[in-house]
Design a protein around this ligand. Structure first.
Ligand code: NAD
Ligand code: AHE
Ligand code: ZN
Length: 376
């Protein structure tokens, strides 16, 4: 099929706030340094819902969402050397070119090579590979995994062990890697550290997993949804606090400081709520506590705190994709999953065929869903 247009099904977001619509679309062949992938499974992340809602300043329509995808290379464009037809791959919304200033810095996993066009929903040459009903559709986060076939830049995917089940490895494309990496890679938790995690969705539960790996001391989960308690403990949390049930006059910050003899060594925002981000910072230990922002806040939202919080040694930082370099580190994460060192299956609470993808968005809002996996 190399060089030919493929006709397939995809979930199209025609406009903000509307259900996705299953359409027959055309997927153009990959150009130079591009790869066309047969997507087999995709997860649905809170960030897909966020951009669909219209709260993402970069969100434009019509578009094909999805950034937690796993599949098989269908064809490659000129000059592609890192993957070949038939390879099993995981899509990478944080690409890795290995040659830009960011990639070479050794200080970040962010890659600058295609960020500008990716943010506009375009391929690196400024055009798109999707058509439907005579209209061009935009790409999303360099992935667009809600289509049975997609085209991505060659730096936006990584070949992985083909024996690893793709209905699980897709979740390494965002949620699981993001939280795990934030704990292990960004925070660099050390044994005995007391930590608090705000928000026990896929991201927060993955932070627990990283904290357990690093032998943290107290692993305190803070969530307003009581249903998250059981799962938090199953993942290895030592405590669960529902801020809504605290006595009158006791704030979540007071409570965490009391539980940890002065404050947490690390806290993680996995909610995207800016007031929660402030609480997470202020629950850090004076002198050294670090708060890591993972949640994505809506357009126009800003964080604030008294600068005194930083003057007295607390640190505010953040990370994308857990600080993980996808092409370099993903194969090892897949191996760790195969070796039973990191949980993936336990995150999957719902499954749907592509035609029912809107159910995955409704599941997310219902509160009992960690990850829904879509069979393409
Ligand atoms: P999710 O909706 O599954 O989980 C969020 C959890 O936060 C829920 O359990 C909810 O009950 C809880 N929560 C909401 N408000 C709260 C509050 N005020 N106090 C305490 N808990 C509260 O979402 P998710 O898929 O786990 O994603 C979490 C956030 O991380 C989202 O904002 C998402 O966009 C972002 N995200 C960021 C990255 C990154 O690379 N930085 C990657 C993936 C997702
Ligand atoms: N477009 C949004 C920003 C969204 C955002 O922060 N995305 C995270 C990944 S969330 C994955 O579920 C990210 O990787 N950010 C780094 C980057 O370069 O986008 C906005 O607010 O403009
Ligand atoms: Zn995501």
């Amino acid at each position: 099929t190399e060089g030919k247009i493929i006709t397939c099904q995809a979930a199209v977001a025609w406009e903000k706030g509307q259900d996705l619509s299953i359409e027959t679309i055309e997927v153009l062949p990959p150009r130079a340094h591009e790869v066309r992938v047969k997507v087999e499974y995709t997860g649905v992340c809170h960030t897909d819902a966020y951009t669909l809602s219209g709260n993402d300043p970069e969100g434009e329509f019509p578009v094909i969402f999805g950034h937690e995808g796993a599949g098989i290379v269908e064809s490659i464009g000129e000059g592609v050397t890192n993957v070949k037809v038939g390879d099993s791959v995981v899509l990478l919304y944080t690409p890795e070119c290995k040659e830009c200033k960011f990639c070479k810095s050794g200080k970040t996993n962010l890659c600058g090579k295609i960020r500008a066009t990716q943010g506009k929903g375009q391929m690196p040459d400024g055009t798109v590979r999707f058509r439907c009903k005579g209209k061009e559709l935009l790409h999303y986060m360099g992935c667009s995994s809600f289509s049975q076939y997609t085209v991505v830049a060659d730096i936006s995917l990584v070949a992985v062990d083909p024996s690893a089940p793709k209905d699980r490895t897709c979740l390494l494309g965002c949620g699981i890697t993001t939280g795990y990496g934030a704990a292990v890679n960004t925070a660099k938790i050390t044994p005995g550290d007391n930590i608090a995690i705000f928000g026990a969705g896929c991201i927060g539960l993955s932070v627990i997993q990283g904290a357990v790996t690093k032998k943290a001391g107290k692993i305190i989960v803070v969530d307003i949804n009581e249903n998250k308690k059981k799962m938090s403990f199953e993942f290895g949390a030592t405590d669960f606090v529902n801020p809504a049930t605290l006595p009158e006059g006791v704030t979540i910050v007071d409570k965490l400081i009391e539980m940890t003899d002065g404050g947490c060594d690390f806290t993680f925002d996995c909610t995207g709520n800016v007031q929660v981000m402030r609480n997470a910072l202020e629950a850090c230990h004076k002198g050294w506590g670090e708060s890591i922002i993972i949640g994505v806040a809506a357009a126009g939202k800003e964080i604030s705190t008294r600068p005194f919080q930083l003057v007295t040694g607390r640190v505010w930082r953040g990370c994308a994709f857990g600080g993980i370099k996808g092409r370099t580190q993903m194969p090892q994460l897949v191996q760790d999953y195969k070796d039973g060192k990191i949980k993936v299956d336990e995150f999957i609470t719902h499954r749907h065929p592509l035609k029912d993808i809107n159910k995955a968005f409704h599941d997310m809002h219902a509160g009992d869903c960690i990850r829904a996996v879509i069979t393409m």
